[in-house]
Design a protein around this ligand. Sequence first.
Ligand code: FAD
Ligand code: DLZ
Ligand code: SF4
Length: 512
Amino acid sequence: MKTLRLLLGDQLTRAISSLTDLDADADVVLMVEVAEEATYVRHHKQKIAFLFSAMRHFARELVQEGIAVDYVRLDDPENAGSFSGELARAVARHAPDRVVVTEPGEWRVLEAMRDWREELAVPVEIREDNRFLATKAEFAAWAGEKKQLRMEFFYREMRRKTGLLMEGRDPAGGQWNFDAENRKALPKGLRVPPRRRFEPDAITREVLDLVARRFGDHFGDLEPFGWAVTRADALDALRSFLGEALPTFGDYQDAMKTGEPFLFHAVLSPYLNAGLLTAEEVCRAAEREWREGRAPLNAVEGFVRQIIGWREYVRGLYWLKMPGYAQTNALAAGRPLPDLYWTGETQMNCLAQCVGDTRRHAYAHHIQRLMVLGNFALLAGLAPAEVEEWYLVVYADAYEWVELPNVHGMILYADGGIMASKPYAASGAYIDRMSDYCRACIYDPKVKDGAGACPFNYLYWNFLIENEARLAGNPRVAMPYRTLAKMSAERRAAIRADAARFLGTLTSTYGT
Ligand code: FAD
Ligand code: DLZ
Ligand code: SF4
């Protein structure tokens, strides 16, 4: 039996389900660079370059193993430009008995795959993605009829299932979660470890030229390009994180610093999401650091929770709730995405710094995404679909299965509280405490109203006022609503006026 095995660009794992029973004597692996995937949203240049180069390196490794690979390049004159078009051409070329593929990470591609079953003259087998610790069915069983799906409880199930950081039936150290120890501000003079960067080889250089030529008008800097594009280099990046940053990961997980986009974060998400590393191996390696005394439990638990907790949880939620999930807009937010998300041109220094890091690296760490860029999107009432597209464009690790729940649910509360028990709204005080951004800002985080006040301060109260009917019944926001109730009519009016004046200055002329 001759099988054509379509491997997508974010499925670069040798043990992936579509390749497990590969017959090297008969089968062909199909990999395609297609314009539709590079432009359905206009991805950051580094994201396209990372993926194309990783795909080309992975194809070379398969060939070195003696496997027949049909690799269609973007600049092939016959390239049909889409997964569907390229698969149809490949079926005609190879006349296989069947097509095998692993399910994708985006709903839109799954729909296309289902159509292939009708459109192609050969059977198409869509296999479950075996790179996740929880299957979709396991997540659905856990979710059951629950109204709110709290990550913390799902995470405990994953700890029990994997045995990670467990002592028999109990969590290591007697606690499931050590987050209370993980909110420290950066002390002055603390050394931040340098990040492992990988010089582009000839394959990557060719891809960089291609991306500059074809996608030069997309958002973001293409160079310097330092991402790993092979599994061997991604493992090197993992080792460097474990040795240099993991021991301090927990303590400063929420900190932000000008000119230090990575701090003590792993910077492994593009590799995990594209398949160069697996969640399980990364977590087992981190656990080993604790068991062998090289990293403290609060750091390792915090890190493992991000992966077997948050990462698995958002993936389960995405597939459980799609396609309807993307359509909700619980806070009826509708302001267009302001240009500053693309240009970084704003006097709000925190936003300028986070957009700048994003443009330079196709990366920003979690707190920048959540508490600066996300918090602003929430408080300014930005339209969910526009914010979601932005996040999908700008980060090298962004695929809809992980981007959408984080943006729609976690930052925008557009799902009405399925994911987060309350909106993650915060005033300028939080950013002032966790970063050095405010020191170089024309606004003052301690000033509440008027032209010199930090916009987050009045936008925060304005958000609560505008959403009073929707949120006031939520016990988790009872305290700020009690404070609001004590405010004078004049103070409320001043907040509304400051917010209207500020929001009126936002321009939205850019598209993606
Ligand atoms: P670390 O902070 O070192 O964390 C380790 C790993 O945990 C990450 O590599 C990642 O795989 C996982 N992780 C941590 N938090 C989350 C989370 N909330 N959801 C899923 N996985 C998580 N992550 C993506 O991979 N792709 C996205 O498109 C994406 N969009 C996001 C959008 C918003 C608004 C927010 C708030 C978060 C988003 N995240 C996304 C999650 C998180 O910000 C990134 O995974 C993280 O910043 C990647 O950097 P790191 O490898 O240094 O992570
Ligand atoms: C993101 C991306 C890009 C830019 N280009 C390709 C491509 O040319 N070929 C490919 O196989 N995959 C690409 N990808 C990743 C896909 O968009 C991803 O597989 C789907 O979004 C499903 O997760
Ligand atoms: Fe951001 Fe406000 Fe601080 Fe300026 S003062 S950096 S706008 S939080």
